[in-house]
Design a protein around this ligand. Sequence first.
Ligand code: ZN
Length: 397
Amino acid sequence: MIRCNIDVENLPVIAGGEDYKIWDLDSKGVFSVKSAKAALKLPAEVVPCENLFSRQVVHPTLSVQYWKIWSKQCCASEDNIIKKTGRSMPTMCRLCRKSGETLSHITWHCRVARRIWAWVAGVFKLDPKEDLVDSYKAAKGRSIMIKDLWLVANLAIVTELWKLRNKSYFENMAFHWLGFKGRVYQVIRDNSIRMKVHMHNTLEELRILNYFKVRHRSCKTSTPIEISLSPPDQDEIMICCDGASFGNLGQAGAGVVFRNASSEVLGVLCVGLGWQTNFYAEVCAIIYGAIMVKRWNLRSIFIRSDSKSCIQDFQKKELPWQLVQKWKIAKSFYSNVCYIHSYREANFSADRPSKHVCWLRIFLSFLRVGLVLFLLWNGLEGFISFHLGLSGEWPSG
Ligand SMILES: [Zn+2]
């Protein structure tokens, strides 16, 4: 048993019933092609720059043009020639005739490039950078709509500068500032048709959208919703449950507040769960809450949680496979289980302990994973705390 890494003192609780198979690479224990594929797939590296120019708002044509310049190094500039052939060839920028023709010169340092970047910086009142990711970060704090427009402007300038260089190199076309600026402007405006996001309701943002004649304008408006918290019936106990994790996966915790028919707080439960997902923490909060309610010896329980998907999964009986047995044992005690979804704002009492316990796990790192810290508040008697092994015995009341 020790060789197999099984702790005889700490075996999981079995609720009985038929044996069944569990596919442990899926959260619900059910085999699916999707989960098998995810298990086989190697995690791919994500380059932040690629994420930017493949966004919904960027037209595929613009996105591909930028990708060719950025990744494929297909432009015959001095640095790319050296990279591909290993030979250095004397080159000269056709636009300013002052410097060698590197990609960095054409898209950033050249006189023409400087002028167009200064123009766009003036319109957006933002500071562009040579690197796309850094440049995008300059729009921090603006609305998503302005961020998208700024991204499109960055891509449009780089691709149009490259096209301008090709025209003057191969077709000996003379450079006209107004014509070039007009083309960049048109590309930005064309891409703005794909916008679906919201703007901030400010004059400054309206000015930018007017400048590019963006037709899509939508602001987020908030409508107040009335929320209320009604107490449970006389022979019922209400548990307000919430789970939290710092990051998904991250340090997770569950918090439960127990209330009786007169809305009195009977107790608060904080469970440190270790490294778990947010959803797992939400489900755990309900299960541990239900286990604790047994001490008041009432057969009816009223579960309130702010996670809709969690409540739906409880109703459909599709829980994470690790918790199915625990829920079976907990539920067997009750004759009536009632679920209700409430907004986080109405569930603040459970929201707080769940978040606190995440920090608690970090500060009290000597506690091993799977310990329950139960804080019971009973009138003026003060705090009583218990430490219990989760997979061991449950408090019977
Ligand atoms: Zn130049």
